[in-house]
Design a protein around this ligand. Structure first.
Ligand code: FES
Length: 80
């Protein structure tokens, strides 16, 4: 596991690299940490509370919805 700090972590879950943001109420927001565009690892943006891609600037909210492209896919984890 990779720790950013107490509120943000990178962790392998079921073989998938995931980003976890823990909000002020203690709720975990778990998303894929792999950008759907070309598979770069996403970086947490503490100012806007988003997951940002360092490669081509796609951005996602803490629940995995795509905010801006080039990615057209979200990063939500399917609970199967
Ligand atoms: S790999 Fe993330 S925007 Fe291209």
């Amino acid at each position: 596991m990779i720790y950013y700090d107490d509120s943000v972590k990178i962790k392998m879950i079921n073989g998938k690299r995931c980003g976890i943001y823990i909000d002020n109420d203690g709720n975990e927001h778990i998303v894929s940490n792999i950008c759907p565009h070309m598979k770069c690892n996403l970086i947490f943006n503490y100012v806007d509370k988003t997951w940002d891609c360092p490669c081509h600037a796609s951005r996602f909210d803490i629940d995995g919805n795509v905010i801006s492209g080039p990615s057209v896919f979200d990063i939500k984890i399917n609970n199967e």
